[in-house]
Ligand binder design. Sequence first.
Ligand SMILES: *Cc1c(COP(=O)(O)O)cnc(C)c1O
Length: 234
Amino acid sequence: MIKENIDRVLENIKEACIESGRDSKEVSLICVSKTKPVSMIEEAYEHGCRLFGENKVQELCDKHDHFKEKGIDDIEWHLIGHLQTNKVKYVVDKVKLIHSVDSFHLASCISKEALKKNVCVNILIEVNMAGEETKFGIRPEECEELLRQISVLPAVKVCGLMTIAPFVENPEENLQHFSNLRKLLIDMDNKNIDNISMGILSMGMTNDYCVAVTQGATLVRVGTGIFGERDYTR
Ligand SMILES: *Cc1c(COP(=O)(O)O)cnc(C)c1O
């Protein structure tokens, strides 16, 4: 079932690209495997998936280590959930990209821990486009100042922006948020801030990734649509 789901999602991404005149090579699928067992990740891996997203540090590290012990080293682990500073040290050398940086304090902590491990960490700035109080992320108008602050840190590299859109019945309702995030990305790119590149737009989840792709997403994060509903009661 996982294989069929992946094929369907990839097909939908392709169609959204055609619809919006994009090259589907510009869009990568992150399989969001949080709460799911490694056996499911293995199935997706065997079907060709290499990008996996987790929202908890402990779970990401456990899964990372599981595959490393099996000699599999071509998986890209993406941390997509809120990151507490006291957990930064565990993930800096295990992740391809941290999607959820929303403060200078967190970015400087990542840089400090990255230096200790002699790595440079790729990050995205999380922006709360709909202004939802329950969500993490900066306000769009705070973006430039945060980028300028982070640009001087030695061991983090800002690669783009990420947003988690509201849960809506009709995904088209999120179109404006995705479109606005892309405008913000272009606007920030035009500032030519040192050490900042604005190539990645991480937006779109199971409910709205097709709309996100038509608005320029380069990374979509799909969990339920691949692995099925999550059970948080276990
Ligand atoms: C869980 C999660 C996803 C995937 O959500 P689905 O609706 O299951 O596709 C995407 N992004 C983030 C940040 C998440 O926490």
